[in-house]
Design a protein around this ligand. Sequence first.
Ligand code: GAP
Length: 457
Amino acid sequence: MEKTFDKIVAHAKKTGFVFQGSEIYGGLSNTWDFGPYGVLLKDNIKRAWQKKFIQEDPNNVEIQAAILMNPKVWEASGHLKGFSDPLMDCKNCKTRHRADHLIEEFSHGEESGEGWTNEQMETYIKENNIACPDCGSHDFTPIRQFNLMFKTFMGTLEDSKSTVYLRPETAQGMFVDFKNVQRAYRKKVPFGIGQIGKSFRNEITPGNFIFRTREFEQMEMEFFCKPGEDDEWFTYWRQFCMDWILKLGGNKENLRFRDHTQEELSFYSKATTDIEYKFPWGWGELWGIANRTDYDLTQHQNTSGKDMTYQDPNTNEKYIPYVVEPAVGVERLFFMFFTDAYDEETLENGETRVIMHFNPILAPVKAAILPLNKDYNDLAEEIRKDFSQYFETVKDLSGSIGKRYRRQDEVGTPFCITIDEQSIIDQTYTIRDRDTMQQERLTLEEIKKKIIEAIKF
Ligand code: GAP
């Protein structure tokens, strides 16, 4: 069974995981709304990240920084000057393209164009006779750099003094708050500060559904360590991220590490690895793990005039910590888990049944209560009420039991509980496993325990 892009997107829309943004007004290009199942899946991904990256790690803590930050932050971080994409216009059909994306697509991912000069990219495009993907013409304008930050104004005046930017990454919040957190929580290096939140980038070529959007959520951690220990921590976090995905049911065959070449590295980075996923159109970046050195803290120290050094309480040694940063987009993880979970089965009558094999930890709904007879509705509601104190539970009364199972399979509910005649006699209920379709009879307490065990992470 081929998991085509169209199938995955159609299923996400049909089942109400994702809707087109502002749909009744004809939409707003590349904006997406997450429906109730979509929100549950996103929340489960975020909670799983919080659990392993923050809660269970004795060194790490989490913050929520403001989205609007003092513009000096973006001057210090280099975003005002350097956060831009190489843009080319097709002179024939007037469409806009990212030069590096044209190169990446043409070379099937063998060349990324990252770290190349404008001249190098223009030469590559000319020499390889790369055509406009929209009209096939070969007549592009020279490359211009286009800053990706969204600008707005704070207060009533709309001038350069009141210009603020929507943050293009959550990371700077952690750098700016480094000293506040370190002092207030008496943190000793090494330690990490994480954050989950929205970021905004005026992407030139958004697309591929929720893969590249202008508004997205990031989960980033800045792990502050002693210079000299950074390589070890980089290796540690790189593997930690991959293990996290695998523990949540990511398919190993669709995942790989890709180390950036020296040429590709951002100017502040000593080493970067992307965890890539084989999306329906090919390999793409899922998670970036970077050794950002002391670049950001040094920049903020120089621009703000505030001391960003750390003093080791045992040795009194003073230094600016190095930073290892695992940074991932929630929507990309969503897309990955959604695609991996998707499966089709041909039924005896020739119809196709879609099953979402989500790991129970990520499944939006954990249990569906399905009474076989209307007389059991009150009991079903009582069970739903009880179970939903512990995990997401729904009750479904409409249609044949076969239809109801299918509805739950389509959204990946791992357990369906039926109430039948015997339930009234001996207080046992059938619990059906989504993947094996095996059923067993258990008491409510046993069922609850089984589900709680299955969603432990
Ligand atoms: N602080 C470093 C940073 O932001 P990045 O590689 O630009 O690094 C990190 O972004 C992650 O954020 C990416 O690996 C990707 O998962 C996600 N991401 C970046 N741009 C995105 C976009 N336009 N739409 C959706 N996700 C995006």
